[in-house]
Design a protein around this ligand. Structure first.
Ligand code: PLP
Length: 406
């Protein structure tokens, strides 16, 4: 039985691609006393986070914050904009795209699932040309929405959302564009307004460095117009009252006050570092991680260098090696959690998260744990991945994060 009072020496390495480690500064902010969610202090907090989060989505339009996991925000996106029996075009990038499609079915929508055959689609990004072709065929405009996952957390592939927008425009199709960037937001560049996204779905427990428990819908004007006509049943998820009350910094129900304290702190940290610096940090760490995987002689799950994820790296284990057995060894010996393979790739790969509150030494420690674990598992490695990652980081030096002591 799991002994919850057992505390091994040192800190646990939470290297799954979300929930990501929560910085002490955010944990402390979340420990402030819970206040009256109808009082003046709360209104100021509400207005601050509702304004700040828009900068992260790069939007001037409303961002709805739910006290729910990302799955809730998926449902909110669909039920606010669509009607029973509506056709939605969804693209299979991996496990999370598949789950979103299942949800659409459960809600009484008719999802069409586009994708490359077999496992190939789980190694590449969204093929915008396939979307354009399908939309051109839909001359009657039966398709009401195109739904894609920006950063597919199950594989480590970050799709080109601007290309999907261009595909919809090229086909002159009126479908809404809905994007899940639950694991991309605040780690990978994302532009809700510029890319013409109608609903962006995200969550707290990844790039925002918060615990799980709040999630988001960024909503375009066109999506709000669609919501006036949409007839899927909705109550808790309805944007209308929330957006109205948010104007004063309040919610129609009891919001997740302490997570909002955390969000306020996270916004200060991310905007203080600067979004472009945050993205560059993620890209650099991801490249160092891939240098390690390549030096080990292992294959990266993402087969297209143009869409490598800055958030996580999927590592395929050699034929016949159970990736979950390797993860178990690493957990037991080095107190590090890595992401399991999900769905079609279960047992064939593991995932190294390098998102959120992650720096050079966090990554190096994680890669050291991986390399030792791979060796313990008896996998013959081509070369030293840790050394390769160090070489990458020292030959691509980042701006110093700290000022030298006087
Ligand atoms: N979509 C993506 C891309 C995810 O990574 C996740 C969770 O990891 C989800 C959806 C589901 O979100 P949640 O587990 O917060 O409900």
């Amino acid at each position: 039985m799991l002994k919850l009072d057992f505390h091994p020496a040192g800190r646990h390495f939470l290297q799954i691609p979300g929930p990501s480690p929560v910085p002490d500064r955010i944990l402390r902010a979340m420990s402030y006393p819970t206040i009256d969610h109808r009082g003046p202090e709360f209104g100021a907090l509400g207005l601050k986070v509702l304004d700040g989060i828009k900068k992260i989505f790069k939007t001037s339009q409303p961002v709805v914050i739910y006290p729910a996991s990302g799955t809730g925000a998926w449902e909110a996106a669909l039920c606010n904009t669509l009607s029973p029996g509506d056709t939605v075009l969804m693209y299979e990038t991996g496990h999370f795209a598949t789950l979103w499609k299942k949800m659409a079915e459960n809600l009484g929508l008719k999802p069409e699932f586009l994708g490359l055959p077999g496992i190939e689609g789980w190694r590449r990004g969204v093929q915008a040309d396939m979307i354009e072709k399908r939309l051109r065929e839909d001359t009657q405009h039966a398709i009401k929405a195109v739904c894609v996952v920006h950063n597919e957390t199950s594989t480590g592939v970050t799709s080109d959302i601007a290309a999907v927008r261009r595909a919809i425009d090229a086909a002159k199709h009126p479908a809404l564009l809905m994007v899940d960037t639950i694991s991309g937001l605040a780690s990978a560049d994302y532009r809700h307004d510029e890319w013409g996204v109608d609903v962006t779905v995200s969550g707290s427990q990844k790039g925002l460095m918060l615990p799980p428990g709040i999630s988001f819908n960024a909503v375009s004007e066109k999506a709000r117009e669609a919501s006036a006509r949409a007839t899927l049943p909705r109550a808790f998820w309805d944007w209308t009252d929330i957006i109205e009350m948010n104007k004063q910094g309040y919610w129609p129900y009891t919001p997740n006050t302490n997570l909002l304290y955390g969000l306020s702190e996270a916004l200060d940290m991310i905007l203080g570092e600067g979004l472009d610096n945050v993205f560059a940090r993620h890209q650099r760490l991801a490249a160092a991680c891939r240098a390690a995987v390549t030096a080990w002689g292992l294959e990266i799950q993402c087969a297209d260098a143009a869409v490598y994820s800055p958030v996580l790296t999927g590592v395929m284990t050699p034929e016949g090696v159970d990736a979950d057995a390797v993860r178990k060894l690493i957990y037991e010996h080095f107190d590090m959690s890595l992401g399991t393979g999900l769905g079609k790739v279960k047992g064939r790969m593991f995932r190294i998260g390098h998102l959120g509150d992650c720096n050079d030494l966090t990554l190096m420690a994680a890669l050291t744990g991986c390399e030792m674990g791979l060796k313990l598992a008896g996998i013959e490695l081509k070369g030293g991945g840790v050394a390769a990652a160090m070489d990458y980081l020292t030959s691509h030096v980042a701006k110093p994060a700290l000022k030298a002591a006087a």
